[in-house]
Design a protein around this ligand. Structure first.
Ligand SMILES: Nc1ncnc2c1ncn2[C@@H]1O[C@H](COP(=O)(O)OP(=O)(O)OP(=O)(O)O)[C@@H](O)[C@H]1O
Ligand SMILES: Cc1ncc(CO)c(N)n1
Length: 276
């Protein structure tokens, strides 16, 4: 049986993030990938120079074309651009009873370009988050969702717990990639019952373009294959870690991760700790 995963996201012409990162990741992990494009960005390793949103009707038709024929064992969302598009996607996801939805609440790029309109955040939280099995904010996105700063929380675990409530009681994976000065990179999953810490050594590199997309896409691929949430995140972080480690220089700025790195490296540098 062919396992299928769908990405609903924006196109990154530079090939490192967005739809392109998602499809590469699905392919690498042995899952058949399909796509619903929400916006086209003119983007490279230096930044975004243009954004062209796709009409809502065309987004709906892409989704229906895929779901009614090919289907999806898991679905991931990335850049959704604005309120209108989020509402349309939330409606499609609930009408077609998508059960394995992973929402990466993409707001701005690493280089600071906005990918979500500011007034759309509330719609994302209220309409889309409740349909998800996992939401994957980074620290700046978590701060925007909570209207609080990282410094307002002693531990990352406390921030993840607050996020769980702010996201309507949906499991949250808070990514710590933006933690200053850290020697180890820690992400925290809070499921409502347990906290799980995923830790890996920090890699000294500027080539981290597309880490968030690749991570969420890998989680989606493992969920599509029937892997449980806690292990899917662990396996996805292993996949991402070697992809960052072996990132090749591409472009003049923040280069993309190397999606096929896992083929050559089986060394796991990731640690998982379940807190009670
Ligand atoms: N230099 C690094 N070394 C090791 N792991 C890293 C590094 N940078 C990011 N990561 C890992 O990548 C994952 C994504 O984290 P991050 O918080 O950077 O997400 P993001 O900001 O959504 O990504 P993006 O930069 O694509 O927007 C996390 O698991 C984080 O630990
Ligand atoms: C299209 C797109 N989606 C997501 C990101 C987040 O990194 C990006 N840079 N571009």
């Amino acid at each position: 049986m062919t396992i299928k995963a769908m990405t609903i996201a924006g196109s990154d012409s530079g090939g490192g993030a967005g739809i392109q990162a998602d499809l590469k990741t699905f392919q690498e992990l042995g899952v058949f990938g399909t796509s619903v494009i929400t916006a086209i960005t003119a983007q490279n390793t230096l930044g975004v120079t243009d954004v062209h949103p796709i009409p809502v009707l065309t987004i709906e038709e892409q989704f229906k074309a895929v779901i009614t024929d090919i289907g999806a064992d898991a679905v991931k969302t990335g850049m959704l651009y604005d309120k209108e598009r989020i509402e349309a996607i939330a409606d499609l996801v609930s009408r077609h009873q998508v059960t394995n939805l992973i929402v990466d609440p993409v707001m701005v790029t690493t280089t600071g370009s906005p990918l979500l309109k500011e007034d759309a955040q509330d719609t994302l939280i209220k309409k889309l988050f409740p349909l998800a099995i996992l939401v994957t904010p980074n620290i700046p996105e978590a701060e925007a969702i909570l209207s609080k700063k990282r410094e307002d929380f002693d531990k990352l675990e406390d921030m993840a717990k607050a996020l769980y409530h702010a996201c309507g009681g949906v499991p949250v994976l808070l990514k710590g990639g933006h933690e200053a000065r850290a020697e180890f990179m820690t992400d925290v999953l809070f499921t409502g019952q347990t906290s799980v810490l995923y830790t890996s050594p920090r890699i000294d590199t500027t080539h981290t373009h597309g880490t968030g997309c690749t991570y969420a896409a890998a989680i989606t691929a493992f969920i599509a294959q029937g892997v449980k949430l806690e292990s899917a995140i662990f396996k996805a972080k292993e996949f991402l870690h070697v992809a960052i480690e072996q990132a090749k220089p591409v472009g003049e700025g923040a280069g993309p991760v190397h999606h096929s790195a896992h083929r050559e490296s089986s060394i796991s540098d990731v640690n998982m700790e379940v807190l009670t």
